[in-house]
Ligand binder design. Structure first.
Ligand SMILES: Nc1nc2c(ncn2[C@@H]2O[C@H](COP(=O)(O)OP(=O)(O)OP(=O)(O)O)[C@@H](O)[C@H]2O)c(=O)[nH]1
Ligand SMILES: [Mg+2]
Length: 262
């Protein structure tokens, strides 16, 4: 339903109208969490729309904004005015990256759900490939640590590599990449999982998603991706805080596993 700004406004307070039975299911729903990404979001939306339109894919782009103060939501809505595949979710409660992603997923309708950052760390061309792969498997993961993948900042790359290795050994995931946040997943498989156990916190939601999807024997594929540099704007995360939160969560999961409650 077109909102006041001409966009399709899926706000948290206005539950989505049920889809018309005549409306075809989108091939892909892209969940785009944003926090002050005004100077990145328009270019990203345009790149994604071009990629999907060129290949005649039916898409849905869900910008999930967490109360940005730089008018990210407004510029995104303006850029996509009149595009029936664009949806804006303006969150007003429970801020947080993983909560935003969950809300985007729950309000999406596509056969494949793709999650990516909105600052060009995750490249649109890789997003297209992840979506195409996920149509044939259950979960396609953008991986920095599979041969061919990487990051421009070598120090961050090696620190993340070591931490990923630790996650893999400690938790028993079987993946090179455990903190991706860049993945495509088949809708029907994703909805088999218990969202309450996965979607909270920051990037740690991804290793919980992996653990539960492994338990359900999803077919996983890792696609090497080389991260781009954030184009403009500021990082929202602080390395030490995030690292401490992830470590605490790993220890908690190990403890629960010992009690056979995870
Ligand atoms: N909705 C929502 N999005 C968020 C939140 N925090 C970060 N994001 C978005 O999540 C993505 C990742 O955040 P970044 O700040 O880029 O984190 P990062 O990739 O570790 O940092 P850089 O290396 O500087 O890019 C970006 O698209 C942000 O806009 C949040 O609390 N809510
Ligand atoms: Mg980033």
């Amino acid at each position: 339903m077109p909102g006041p700004s001409g966009s399709n406004d899926r706000t948290a307070d206005q539950p989505q109208e049920s889809a018309s039975p005549l409306r075809q299911i989108p091939d892909v729903s892209v969940v785009l969490p944003t926090l002050n990404e005004r100077y990145n979001i328009v270019a990203l939306l345009n790149d994604l729309r071009t990629l999907f339109n060129e290949r005649d894919y039916r898409y849905e782009l869900l910008v999930v904004d967490d109360g940005s103060t730089d008018a990210t939501a407004q510029v995104a809505a303006q850029a996509c005015a009149g595009d029936p595949g664009f949806f804006l979710i303006e969150r007003r409660r429970n801020p947080g990256l993983a909560f935003s992603i969950r809300e985007g997923i729950e309000r999406s309708t596509g056969a494949v759900i793709l999650v990516m950052d909105t600052d060009f760390n995750h490249r649109p061309a890789d997003a297209l490939l992840l979506f195409e792969i996920a149509r044939h498997v259950d979960l396609a993961i953008g991986s920095r640590f599979t041969f061919g993948g990487g990051m421009p900042n070598l120090l961050r790359y090696y620190l993340s590599f070591l931490f990923n290795l630790f996650l893999r050994l400690a938790l028993g995931t079987r993946m090179d990449e455990n903190l991706s946040g860049f993945f495509a997943i088949r809708r029907e498989r994703l909805f088999e999982l218990d969202f309450d156990k996965i979607f909270w916190g920051y990037g740690d939601y991804f290793f919980r998603l992996l653990l539960l999807s492994q338990r359900k024997r999803f077919l996983h594929v890792e696609l090497p991706v080389f991260y781009g540099l954030r184009r403009t704007g500021e990082r929202k995360t602080r390395f030490v805080g995030i690292f401490t939160a992830y470590m605490r969560e790993v220890i908690y999961i190990l403890y629960l596993k010992m009690l056979r409650r995870w």
